[in-house]
Design a protein around this ligand. Sequence first.
Ligand code: HPA
Ligand code: ZN
Length: 324
Amino acid sequence: MTSFISELPKVELHLHIEGTLEPEMVFALAQRNGITLDYADESALRAAYQFSDLQSFLDLYYQGMQVLQTEQDFFDLTWAYLERSHADNVRHVEVFFDPQAHTERGVPLAAVIGGIVRALEQARRQWSLTSRLILSFLRHLSQAAAFDTLRQAEPFRQQLSGIGLDSAEQGNPPTKFAQVYAAAQAQGYRLVAHAGEEGPASYIRDALDILKVERIDHGVAAIDDAPLMARLAQERIPLTVCPLSNLKLQVINDMSEHPMLALLHAGLCVTVNSDDPAYFGGYMNANYRALQQGLGASERDLLQLALNSVEACWLSPEEKAVLT
Ligand code: HPA
Ligand code: ZN
């Protein structure tokens, strides 16, 4: 069974590159950049990775990423993630990054995007591991700040496939970003948003109807809303679900309670993803294994989940055919 998972060709659609920053790299980059950390060593930092909710994670996530300062730092971060993905037999990745978390600290957008893209291109040359890059707005900041970021991204338009929305969900509904999503759509960006992770099912509906997204990140709150589930199944709107993330952030209390199989068996295009694997305890294969061992997913279920990711990804039909 474990070899079935490791041999399955996989596609990852919900991954925050800053969430792949392992404690070892936090310390290495802190030393390289002359930064003093609040933690004595790597194991002390790792021991702090105990979260009660999304915000308790976000506090450490934004703190950790302050060691990322140069183009080379972003290259090294992204390359380490791609090496792990390649080892997990991941064939295609669609990667989020949080530009505002870096530009706010004075790191130029060119260094952020340049380092990430250099690593993505090297993985394509070296392993035929393909990718897309998604610029994500921080929803705890204003829509005006998101507009500012969209404008700053204009020189990098060709390297960016889509826009997303992440950070603290509760109190920051999709409606807050209606105009900036319309502006991004007019510029040809593809649209996704985090919705229904900690927030209610109504945020999923608003992301679809007001932001006009084509894919929902997380979306597990759909399980509370039968008419919404029927619509998501009917329209085959992909949900990029993150099992270990949901467990670590206490969206669920135990993997046996995860709604993944209920959503899958109701005909939704649910997919498996790792979200912030350095913080949540595992990369892609570990997330598939958690569904198998903690929820009782069969090989048939896992295969359907992997096929859903191919359906939901942004490769061309010809490129998708190679994966299946
Ligand atoms: N949810 C919201 N914001 C985030 C996440 C997440 O899982 N990871 C990184 N930023
Ligand atoms: Zn996420």
